[in-house]
Design a protein around this ligand. Structure first.
Ligand code: PLP
Length: 447
């Protein structure tokens, strides 16, 4: 049964949605008992350990009964200390300091604020700007949206956004420079140097990028060598590199953080989603003790905390999520099932409107085109990604649609990222349902 809500304002204002009442493993159930395979782990790759995990549920009530919140302006909690230690253990070696937040947008924005305050602490107070990339997504707050390159989401708020520089994405299927990897010499990375010089290195505090671009491009990993060049340029101009791992972090791509695939150490990591795995809103900024150490030495307290920064109950739940992932070797499973998922999705390249399939681990994307040779996209009015989502929902599969893969406006893609607990036969079930959904849209479009 699809519901029109009475008083609640849902994210999807314009269409009727089912009411979800139960979850178990990789499946969700609505009021009528209809089953859905959660192919996007909730809304865009959140529920990494699947639904209804008893081990997580069991820590919630006792912790809430004991104490759920501590006055974070003048105390810390054991849960926060334990979570910080656990996160530090899965982070790149140099990054061992954790600041707790409640969402991905808070994580990216807090990372930018830490970067700025660190630069000021170093005596480099002219450094304020954060350079980013087009076709990226770093959050829906004004700060997060200012560095995002998600045209659709930016446009309505454009007058109040900061006018920071954006460089083209690393997107080989539609290279901005019409070049081919690897003979391109990774021009898409090298242009960061131009941008820093144009803005003035003395003004640039940080560069932020998703190692695997999520919502804005549909799971596009950077080509090999890209982040090595980014690292070199950032070092040359004394600019901090923030890896936005809100979607790609916490095991999603088969590594604890996706930047590890390229052996590059960022200066900071922003993470969220999978950390609370949908059981509780939770995010984190991960940075080095060089940064916090200098601020402590100069007696500069971080200005930018929130009411729920390092929230006690959330941290306890986050810890239970990470323990569950470790006990069930979910990062390894993400690697194995991710490879199998990509293989299955690549078989869809035989369909008429599937132009490209990409991804890393259990973070995968499919891009739709009207003409495979020319890569001509569908007109935006057709909302092809939305049509594929609707057909998939009919068949009991949830996926996440996206637009703007061509130039921020044109282009349709979907994100696929089931819980990291998925099994081989369930991957086959997912691919099979997706195939029939795409075929149904192809029929509707008379392709
Ligand atoms: N950064 C990335 C890479 C994301 O994918 C998202 C959300 O999709 C965000 C930041 C914002 O996170 P949240 O929606 O939790 O604020």
């Amino acid at each position: 049964m699809k519901e029109r809500t009475m008083h609640a304002v849902p994210r999807n204002l314009t269409s009727l949605c089912p009411t979800i009442v139960r979850g178990e493993g990789i499946y969700l159930y609505d009021l009528d008992g209809k089953r859905y395979l959660d192919g996007s782990s909730g809304s865009s790759l959140v529920c990494n350990i699947g639904h209804g995990v008893e081990e997580v549920a069991l820590v919630m009530t006792p912790q809430a009964r004991n104490v759920a919140y501590n006055p974070t302006h003048c105390s810390v909690s054991q849960a926060f200390l334990d979570l910080a230690e656990k996160v530090a253990n899965i982070s790149p070696r140099r990054l061992d300091k954790i600041f707790g937040v409640s969402s991905g947008s808070e994580a990216t924005e807090t990372a930018m604020k830490f970067a700025r305050q660190y630069q000021v602490a170093r005596g480099l107070s002219s450094k304020y700007e954060v350079i980013s990339r087009w076709q990226s997504y770093h959050g829906n707050t004004i700060g997060g949206l200012s560095v995002s390159g998600h045209t659709y989401r930016r446009r309505k708020h454009a007058p109040v956004l900061n006018r920071f520089a954006h460089i083209p994405p690393a997107y080989c299927y539609r290279c901005y420079f019409d070049l081919t990897y690897p003979s391109c010499s990774l021009k898409c990375a090298r242009v960061l140097e131009n941008a820093i010089r144009q803005e003035g290195p003395e003004n640039v505090s940080a560069f932020i990028a998703e190692p695997v671009v999520g919502a804005a491009l549909g799971a596009v990993p950077a080509p090999d060598g890209y982040f090595q060049i980014i690292r070199e340029i950032c070092d040359k101009y004394d600019v901090l590199f923030i890896a936005d791992e809100v979607m790609s972090g916490v095991g999603r791509t088969g590594e604890s953080f996706s930047i590890n695939h390229w052996g590059v150490e960022p200066d900071m990591i922003a993470t969220g989603k999978g950390l609370g795995a949908g059981y509780i809103p939770l995010g984190a900024v991960i940075m080095s003790s060089d940064m916090t150490g200098l601020m402590v030495e100069k007696k500069i307290s971080f200005v930018g905390g929130h009411t729920h920064s390092g929230h006690l109950l959330s941290c306890r739940v986050g810890l239970a999520v990470l323990e569950y992932m470790e006990a069930h070797r979910l990062i390894e499973n993400a690697r194995q099932q991710g490879a199998y998922l990509l293989e299955g999705l690549r078989s869809l390249l035989d369909l008429k409107m599937v132009g490209d399939v990409r991804g890393k681990g259990l973070m995968a994307g499919v891009e739709f085109v009207r003409d495979k040779k020319t890569k001509e996209p569908f007109s935006t009015e057709l909302n092809v990604a939305g049509q594929v989502m609707d057909e998939a929902m009919e068949r009991g599969l949830i996926i996440f649609p996206g637009h703007g893969s061509v130039d921020g406006v044109m282009g349709d893609h979907i994100l696929i990222g089931p819980p990291l607990t998925i099994e081989r036969t369930q991957v086959e079930e997912l691919v099979s349902m997706l195939k029939t959904s795409i075929e149904a849209v192809e029929r509707k479009l008379s392709l």
